[in-house]
Design a binder for this molecule. Structure first.
Ligand code: IPM
Ligand code: MG
Length: 351
């Protein structure tokens, strides 16, 4: 089955446009009969510096009408930290209610990582990061700012509705045929006794609906140890927004580096947005040294979400063919340029 889709493209800042370009090259090579109307969005640092706009409401509405969104990365040293992150990236995630941040942690064949003892089978998990609340809700404020008696409050908001929908998504994922039917809650229930308690109760309650799924619990600090020491104990992880942000950077490193880690901001009932999870690497811009595999992997996830499984499988094959030839996933160490890596994927995907 093939369809026709309208996909928003936000190339973004720094090396974002370079890796998005490689992704779109791969899309053209694997799409088969499916057609993609690419809708370009001028969003990011340049637009902000030119007009002061980050993500105007009418642009958000245009995004809402699409079938999916492909995002490079946003962030630029010329812009004060937090502006593009909060008012563009997080505004899109929240505004489109993309409550799942899905981040597979997969080790592809041949990839060298910082943990030589890991085998290819050890690293094969997926992190389901809550993406709409927690510490990212923006709740809090200053009191007596700039004085010796300043108070800064940053609150973690955890709703029953929000926790239940993310935990349910994770259970459903654990039941999918390619998963090992194990769900681990990662939190800090020994200290965050309110939010952690809610998460644990919801996991325990929903477990009754999913008797085939084995459930487990690991504190977030211990999870960092296990990522290095015994990653094979994880299949599907569910965690809150902040912990999910942190552990998926560690996850990227056991995959081989930020250059390989892809993610999706998913609204199962709405429009989802796929991105490489790394940043804009301003110092590498224009050098052709950034690995585009993360962006290409994000595109694979986008195609899967749209139901274009065959095209997604082709990308998967292409990525595996490419990693088998490359020594390292880290920028500048691969002996390949950004464009050459894209070409390797196209070759592997279409041969
Ligand atoms: C990520 C990033 C973002 C986050 C930043 C850029 C706001 O680190 O996607 O992991 O914290 O979610
Ligand atoms: Mg992050």
């Amino acid at each position: 089955m093939t369809g026709s889709y309208r996909v928003g493209v936000i190339r973004g800042d720094g090396t974002g446009p370079e890796v998005v370009g490689e992704g779109l090259k791969v899309l053209e090579a694997v799409r088969g009969d499916a057609s993609f109307d690419l809708v370009e969005f001028d969003l990011g640092a340049d637009r902000y510096l030119r007009t002061g706009d980050t993500l105007p409401d009418d642009e958000l509405e245009r995004l809402r009408g699409l079938d999916a969104i492909f995002l490079g990365a946003v962030g630029d040293p010329r812009v004060k930290p937090g502006v593009l992150e909060r008012d563009l990236l997080l505004k899109a995630r929240f505004g489109l209610d993309q409550y799942v941040n899905l981040r597979p942690v997969v080790r592809y064949p041949g990839v060298q990582t910082l943990v030589p003892s890991h085998t290819e089978d050890d690293v094969n998990m997926v992190v389901v990061r809550e993406n709409s609340e927690g510490l990212y809700s923006g709740a809090g404020g200053f009191h007596r700012r700039g004085t010796a008696h300043e108070v800064a409050v940053q609150e973690s908001i955890n709703t029953r509705h929000g926790v239940e929908r993310i935990v349910r998504y994770a259970f459903d994922l654990a039941m999918q045929p390619h998963r090992r039917k194990k769900l681990t809650l990662v939190h800090k229930t020994n200290v965050l006794t309110f939010a952690g308690d809610l998460y644990q109760r919801v996991v325990d309650e929903l477990a009754a609906e999913f008797p085939e799924v084995e459930t487990d619990y690991v504190h977030v600090d211990a999870a960092c140890i296990y990522f290095l020491d015994r990653p094979g104990r994880f299949d599907v992880i569910v965690t809150d927004n902040m912990f999910g942000d942190i552990i998926t950077d560690l996850g990227a490193m056991i995959q081989g580096g930020m250059g390989i880690a892809a993610g999706g901001n998913i609204n199962p009932q709405g429009v989802s947005m796929f991105e490489p999870i790394g940043g804009t690497a301003p110092s590498e811009t224009g050098k052709g040294t950034i690995n585009p595999l993360a962006a290409i992997g994000a595109l694979e996830m986008l195609l899967r979400q749209l139901g274009e499984a065959e095209a997604a499988d082709r990308i998967e094959r292409g990525i595996r063919a490419a990693t088998q030839q490359m020594k390292s996933m880290r920028a500048g160490e691969m002996g390949y340029t950004t464009t050459q890596v894209g070409d390797l994927v196209v070759e592997g995907a279409t041969s």
